[in-house]
Write a protein that binds this ligand. Structure first.
Ligand code: NAD
Length: 503
């Protein structure tokens, strides 16, 4: 039975959502949305380009400049955001099933992670609408200076396929909370939950033109047109590092504000004094969740040499508990990768590992026999004795592949963890709080977890160092990104130092 969120498809095509209406591409172009677990067509998707982006930006600009959105108060926006979150939760099962169908990720994850978090993104920013602070300062001459935030206008959001609705809403909610209007370009591999969002937006009473969703690809397509459009004031991008660099260059002539959440090569460092059972269990999850297709994945395991063989055995035990299968089966814990092409890219890293002397595939490494052979499945794979300079350590594999390296000293561990171009996240496992704290100071990543992985508080700064990102999102940081700051200064002519202080 077709997912009810796709129930209203015209000509079996998920259309753009422009100016409050479902819209086909002017030239009628479409692309296929394929179920990565079976290789079967789910539906067609409208393929947008410059024409659709122009229409969407024009609608967004009008909604922001003249329409009701520019006149809403933060409290009114909070009410609408809350309704969007409520409506996503009311249709949680449908959204979760659609996300699993489109992306291949297990229903367990979409039901308990992606979709509740998408709803929470709206609830969280609905609350923040009520807590905006405008810092004020008094100068020596008695004058008062207050910095206030205003919307930027039309902002562009470009999102990846690995956490489709989760990340689209992570950008959408703060952009709307701050009073901007939006053009969203979802990833071409997972366009469907963004398409389905239009029903929620209409039901929640979001005025026409405030949120526009244009489907399509990146280069020479909707993504590039959005980045180059002079009417778009900012781009918030999440995706690969090389794409981020291309977007930075393409946006430069129109001087856009930009935020980049890019690739990662996260590590779990396990010191000998850690709770080894717990560390092995969480480190395995850190590598395998969402088939390893998480920017924050702990895809590298760094283990103190004296406990390495024990930890490797524990990780193998954890891997043996993973249940590969149909993403829509509630028992499945490892679904399909996002597509066969990507799965084959991950397999090429495993082939490379096989060609390296001394490197051992401890388990996995193959396409499992038990699943649909047209699907993009891959066994969870553990590879030991991997040299630091190899591609397996230096490049983002983005699949269910965990590499293991050993270290003898604290400094060696830190130098290995910092020894890639990425700097997004790292987990440190030790019972020694001083060691944990010292490691957190030395590690060059935007997020450091102590004896944990993936725990989050949405108020905190989220983002990467080095090639993992530029800027930070989260809580107030996102609201700052989606704002123009304006300082209003009021003189105090009655003050005894008025006119005497010049700075
Ligand atoms: P991608 O860079 O291939 O694509 C991301 C988006 O950018 C897609 O919507 C795509 O259509 C668009 N795009 C591609 N080229 C473009 C161009 N030239 N101009 C404008 N838009 C363009 O990334 P992906 O493969 O979808 O996602 C996986 C990557 O995302 C991984 O590297 C992962 O680490 C990263 N990621 C990072 C974070 C983070 O928070 N740091 C979170 C999730 C994913």
């Amino acid at each position: 039975m077709r997912n009810p969120l796709l129930g209203s498809l015209k000509s079996n095509t998920a259309l753009h959502f422009i100016n409050g209406e479902l819209t086909a591409s002017a030239n009628g172009a479409t692309f296929d949305s394929v179920n990565p677990a079976t290789g079967e067509l789910i539906c067609k998707v409208a393929l947008g380009g410059a024409v659709e982006i122009n229409a969407a930006v024009a609608a967004a600009d009008k909604a922001w400049r003249e329409g009701p959105w520019s006149k809403t108060t933060p409290s009114e926006r909070a009410t609408i955001l809350r309704r969007i979150g409520d409506e996503i939760l009311a249709r949680k099962q449908e959204f979760a099933e659609l996300e699993s169908l489109d992306s291949g990720k297990p229903l367990q994850e979409t039901m308990n992670g992606d979709i509740p978090r998408a709803a929470f993104n709206f609830h969280f920013y609905a609350d923040l609408c009520h807590h905006q602070v405008s810092p004020s300062f008094r100068s020596d001459d008695g004058s008062h200076h207050t910095t206030i935030r205003e919307p930027l206008g039309v902002v562009g959001l470009i999102t990846p396929w690995n956490l489709p609705l989760y990340l689209a809403t992570w950008k959408l909610a703060p952009a709307l909370a701050q009073g901007n209007s939006v053009v969203l370009k979802p990833a071409e591999l997972t366009p469907l939950t963004a398409y389905a969002l239009h029903e929620v937006l209409l039901k929640a009473g979001v005025p026409a033109g405030v949120v526009n969703i244009v489907q399509g690809f990146g280069p020479d397509s909707a993504g590039e047109a959005l980045v180059k459009h002079p009417g778009v004031k900012a781009i918030s991008f999440t995706g690969e590092t090389v794409t981020g660099a291309a977007i930075m260059a393409a946006g430069a002539p129109t001087l856009k504000k930009m935020s980049f959440e890019l690739g990662g090569k996260g590590a779990s460092i396990i010191f000998a004094d850690a709770d080894l059972e717990k560390a092995a269990k969480v480190a395995t999850r850190a590598a395998m969740r969402n088939q390893g297709q998480v920017c924050l994945a702990g895809s590298r395991l760094l283990v103190e040499e004296s406990v390495a063989s024990k930890v490797i055995e524990l990780v193998k035990q954890e891997i043996s508990k993973i249940k590969i299968g149909d993403p829509l089966d509630p028992e499945t814990t490892l679904g399909a990768l996002c597509g066969v092409e990507h799965r084959n890219k991950v397999l090429s890293f495993i082939d490379h590992a096989k060609s390296l002397a001394g490197v051992k595939i401890e388990c996995g490494g193959n396409v499992p026999a038990s699943v649909n052979q047209k699907g993009a499945f891959l066994e969870p794979t553990l590879i030991t004795n991997v040299p630091q300079e190899s591609r397996l350590i230096q490049e983002e594999i983005f699949g269910p592949v965990l590499t293991v390296q050993t270290f003898k000293t604290f400094d060696e561990a830190i130098s290995m963890v910092n020894g890639t171009k990425y700097g997004l996240s790292c987990s440190v496992w030790t019972k020694d709080i001083d060691k944990a704290n010292h490691a957190a100071n030395k590690i060059r990543t935007g997020l450091v977890w102590i004896n944990s992985w993936f725990i989050r508080n949405l108020h905190t700064a989220f983002g990467g160092m080095k090639h993992s990102g530029v800027g930070r999102e989260g809580g107030q940081y996102s609201l700052d990104f989606f704002s123009e700051m304006k300082t209003v200064s009021v003189a105090n002519p009655l003050h005894e130092r008025h006119g005497l202080v010049w700075i």
